[in-house]
Write a protein that binds this ligand. Structure first.
Ligand code: CO
Length: 131
């Protein structure tokens, strides 16, 4: 299994890009607005993995809520799996609450689902399947 990406919440992606692109030296590979999550995402390549910079597009965006509570920082870690549905069933059987009961379309043409951070040592875990 690999880490597909690490999601980082920021107030403004444009303010974070000089750090990640010019200082750290990552390359910008993909960008999109994920309407149902009310976020804009820019993906930066790190080998076979990515950094996903996340910026809210509305006040009620889950990322806006996160930023208000915790400020900018690591928002989630996404593991690339072959079958999100099967991994969700495994987590549920292990007594872990799910944010998503079923996989839903995420950014970059992927199917994704989140586990509840209260049951995962405080780190939001995303399962992500490239389709
Ligand atoms: Co993500």
């Amino acid at each position: 299994m690999i880490i597909d990406h690490i999601g980082i919440a920021v107030h403004r992606i444009e303010d974070a890009l000089p750090l990640y692109c010019d200082v750290v030296g990552l390359q910008r590979i993909h960008e999109e607005v994920i309407e149902d999550q009310r976020v804009r995402a820019v993906f930066l390549q790190v080998g076979d993995s990515m950094i996903e910079l996340l910026e809210p597009t509305a006040q009620d965006s889950p990322i806006a809520v996160f930023l208000a509570k915790k400020g900018s920082g690591i928002h989630h870690i996404a593991y690339q799996v072959k079958d999100v549905k099967a991994k969700l069933a495994e987590a549920k059987a292990a007594g872990i609450r799910l944010i998503d009961e079923a996989p839903r379309p995420g950014g970059d043409g992927k199917m994704i689902a989140f586990l509840h951070p209260k049951d995962t040592q405080g780190v939001l875990i995303e399962y992500c399947q490239r389709v």
